[in-house]
Design a protein around this ligand. Structure first.
Ligand code: PXP
Length: 237
């Protein structure tokens, strides 16, 4: 599996003091030099961590795949069409949430999804929809014309080590298998850490894992290069 490194929380730390440290572009370079296959940034409506200038600078400076996570809004659509990241992952967004709490309800807004996705795909962008492992949502994601889905692993991560883990894991597995029958490529992410990530190997054909918080947290203790290398080793097939 590939490792997509979500560097949002480097920006969270920087923004805590409003200055320029730690430098987000530098962090992205370190992640890439230590095994990350792509860089993921979530440009939120409230710009609480990553800012427009960060994404632009990363896009202009680095040759490696940039995955832009964004909400399905007109503002973000325009930004993506101007910036032309390699990949876009469409996520639900609520202002009050601490993090992306659930998957996108694409089945409930399919018509809008189809036109939103089409314009991105036409520009050569790989489009992914961040959805819960739910057959109805996988089907709708396929109907939008997106090439990828990213399965929300939050329920699995929360249930890890509890009696609920089995069901949460099986949901991910079944949704992946079903998506593959439709020809979708499947990524996964949210709440994955150095322990619970290992079971992702039990799901055949997952393409990429997008991981942020646990890696940036571990970097506080062991440094970013080592934190990335350790995760890369766990993610590698
Ligand atoms: N994938 C998506 C679509 C996300 O929204 C997030 C969180 O921003 C992640 C992956 C990474 O989650 P975490 O920071 O918990 O690893």
């Amino acid at each position: 599996m590939k490792l997509g490194l979500n560097i949002d929380h480097v920006a969270t730390l920087r923004n805590a003091r409003g200055g320029i440290e730690p430098n987000v572009l530098e962090a992205a370079k370190i992640c890439l030099a230590n095994g990350a296959d792509s860089i993921t940034t979530h440009l939120r409506e409230d710009r609480r961590h990553i800012k427009d200038e960060d994404v632009k600078l990363i896009r202009q400076t680095l040759k490696t795949k940039l995955n832009l996570e964004m909400a399905m809004t007109d503002e973000m659509h325009k930004i993506a069409l101007d910036l032309l990241p390699d990949a876009v992952c469409i996520v639900p967004e609520k202002r009050q949430e601490v993090t992306t709490e659930g998957g996108l309800d694409i089945a409930g807004q399919l018509l809008r999804g189809v036109s939103f996705v089409r314009e991105l795909v036409v520009k050569g962008i790989e489009v992914s929809l961040f959805i819960d492992p739910d057959i109805k949502q996988v089907t709708a994601a396929y109907q939008t014309g997106a090439q990828f889905i990213e399965l929300h692993t939050g329920a699995y991560a929360n249930a890890y080590g509890t009696p609920d883990e089995h069901k949460a894991f099986e949901d991910l597995k079944k949704a992946t298998e079903f998506a593959h029958t439709l020809g979708l490529k499947v990524n996964a992410g949210h709440g994955l850490n150095y322990e619970n990530v290992l079971r992702m190997h039990e799901i055949d054909g997952l393409y990429e894992l997008n991981i942020g918080h646990s890696i940036i947290s571990r970097a506080v203790f062991v440094g970013l290069p080592q934190a990335v290398r350790e995760m890369k080793e766990l993610v590698n097939d």
